[in-house]
Ligand binder design. Structure first.
Ligand SMILES: [Zn+2]
Ligand SMILES: [Zn+2]
Length: 587
């Protein structure tokens, strides 16, 4: 046989890809697997649908595909499904951007239809093609999306089951809130950002007219001040406990109290507690049963209690209040500082804490168990477990799962408008949309009222994607192989979502089934630019895997991805691809 002098990458890869698809080379055979066992099951990460696959995807999916192929060669029945994550806020924002619409203008029904259509017809088919192109050996016929009826049903059933177990509660409580996205968010969706700020030393007046200086970065919260705290052992302030001080500009009095949470080293060592500036305020509020005074509303504007500052946004109010304090001679000093704040990871807006009615999964009482669950997993590489442990130790909130957005999976819940009784959907009716579907009862079972209203909120997307092992296994719900597919063998994923996806999946699996969802977890790193910097579209240093494959082919890209240790970030070097190309030519 005559071999061409050079290996024709594109032609050859196209040919083999077609061959794999036509002959179903990587199809999972459920009958054989049910009979033999010997299954290696992979909880493939469903990529969040966006315009196109990025290089980081190509990098980590190539690494997990090596494992799949290795296990197949060892004779395992490899269960390797594929799904896409396409519900919740990321999808809502993507559709708003490409269709140039606002969800709130279209209304829930129309907007949701637009999302589903755009996903089905324009985005998903092209998007999945990229994964086939890099040579993933998934069985693409074992397919799910996190918004289809199959996933909606499982997600809503999970909600109902956890509610019945007493693991979910709906409460009027302080929750993290994004004023840009106008929704509650959870701790995991916050990122630390270092901002330039100022410590403002402000004068509060004691009853006898003397000055008490308190340092704060957030003077706009003065109207929401409910107490002043200093450490019980702080000799400077001991004599003030039990007395009152007048809040500057707003002229109402608040009590001065001892609290071990006050840090004598920070600022002036005495702090104002507002409902709510930060998590410490929330904890003081709960511990001392303080009044609730909200100065900032859900759109980020000052409320009526801010008096003449009402209607201003946070920054305007801060500026104006500092100006007025200066005028009144109540500002002693300003010190510029670098200040860590929480921002919403989707939009970069500073997170506020706002009191509102939300659904929570109760799990702060399980921290010790969570650490144990983490120990029971095999971590590859093992040092990645530290990130899981640190996250668990740093948890300070129950998991807030309700979102005030338009696109996603609705709660299977109605309420009695008169007595607030929770009315759950019947399991056989799932999936439901309480806005368009009838509740399962005509009258409130508790008070007999016929005034029944739907829950309009959406279940947080992580509360659904944390069910992927079940979503995938349940595709064979009526087949004998089903019981052999869960728990799974392997969860491969990148390190940035250990606290999101990995942690949440473990939590759900333990709460529902009391087992870990998989035996092994394999954590890959990120693709970096040639200088070792994070790639990002906005910085212009992103390399598109589609272009790389057009030049070098998928095999060279995979050769590059194989050149790092598992878990380590890998800079993108063109020379590695050239080496790959030469190597493949030799083969
Ligand atoms: Zn946001
Ligand atoms: Zn009722």
């Amino acid at each position: 046989m005559e071999l061409p002098k050079r290996y024709e990458i594109q032609a050859s890869e196209d040919k083999w890809r077609r061959f794999w698809e036509e002959n179903k080379i990587y199809a999972f055979d459920p009958d054989k697997a049910a009979k033999e066992g010997n299954i290696f099951s992979i909880d493939t990460p469903p990529p969040t649908v966006s315009g196109a696959m990025h290089l980081g995807h190509a990098f980590s999916y190539a690494q997990e595909d090596f494992i799949a192929r290795f296990q197949r060669m060892r004779g395992k029945n490899v269960f390797y499904p594929f799904g896409t994550d396409d519900n919740g806020l990321p999808t809502q924002r993507l559709i708003e951007k490409i269709k140039k619409v606002k969800a709130e203008d279209l209304g829930r029904e129309k907007f949701r239809k637009l999302c589903v259509e755009t996903l089905d017809k324009e985005l998903r088919p092209k998007y999945v093609e990229d994964w086939k192109r890099i040579g993933m050996s998934c069985d693409f016929d074992i397919f799910y999306t996190t918004i289809n009826n199959h996933s909606r049903k499982i997600s809503q059933k999970s909600f109902i089951d956890l509610y019945k177990m007493g693991r979910e509660y709906r409460a009027e409580a302080p929750a993290m809130w994004c004023t840009e996205c106008k929704t509650a968010i959870s701790q995991v969706e916050c990122q630390d950002a270092e901002l330039d700020s100022t410590f403002n030393d402000i004068i509060f007046k004691l009853e006898d007219g003397s000055d008490l200086v308190i340092a704060t970065t957030r003077p706009e919260l003065l109207p929401a001040c409910v107490a002043i705290f200093a450490h019980p052992d702080d000799d400077r302030y001991k004599k003030l406990f039990g007395r009152k001080a007048k809040v500057p500009l707003f002229n109402f009095e608040v009590p001065i109290m001892p609290s071990k949470r006050a840090n004598p080293e920070k600022g002036t060592g005495i702090l104002m507690c507002c409902t709510f500036g930060d998590q410490d305020d929330v904890e003081h509020y709960l511990e001392f049963n303080l009044p609730l005074k909200e100065a900032i509303d859900k759109t980020g504007k000052m409320t009526d209690i801010a008096g003449k500052y009402a209607g201003m946004n946070v920054k305007e109010a801060r500026k104006q209040i500092i100006h007025d304090l200066k005028e009144a001679g109540l500002l002693v000093k300003q010190t510029p500082i670098k200040h860590m704040v929480n921002v919403h990871e989707r939009c970069g807006t500073e997170v506020q804490i706002i009191h509102s009615k939300q659904w929570f999964i109760k799990y702060l009482d399980l921290k010790d168990e969570m650490l144990k669950w983490g120990r029971e997993l095999n971590w590859y590489p093992d040092y990645m477990k530290v990130r899981y442990d640190n996250w668990v130790k740093g948890l300070r909130w129950d998991w807030c799962i309700s979102r005030q957005i338009y696109f996603g999976i609705p709660f299977p819940v109605w309420y009695c408008a008169d007595c607030d009784e929770v009315i759950l959907a019947r399991e056989e009716d799932l999936p439901v949309d309480p806005i368009s579907d009838k509740p399962p009862v005509d009258k409130c079972p508790k008070c007999g009222s016929t005034n029944i209203v739907p829950e309009k909120d959406i279940i947080n997307t992580w509360a659904t994607s944390s069910l992927t092992p079940i979503i995938a296994a349940d595709l064979f719900k009526d087949h004998p192989v089903r019981e052999k597919l869960f728990p799974m063998s392997l969860r491969p994923q990148a390190h940035d979502i250990i606290t999101f996806w990995l942690f949440n999946t473990v939590v759900k699996s333990r709460l529902h089934y009391n087992v870990n969802p998989w035996k092994d977890v394999m954590i890959s790193g990120h693709a970096l630019d040639p200088k070792g910097k994070k790639m990002s579209k906005s910085k212009g240093n992103a390399v598109a895997p589609q272009e790389v494959m057009a030049t070098y082919g998928a095999d060279c890209l995979r050769f590059w991805a194989a050149g790092s240790k598992l878990g380590e970030d890998l800079p993108f070097m063109e020379k590695d691809l050239i080496t790959g190309k030469k190597f493949i030519n030799k083969l």
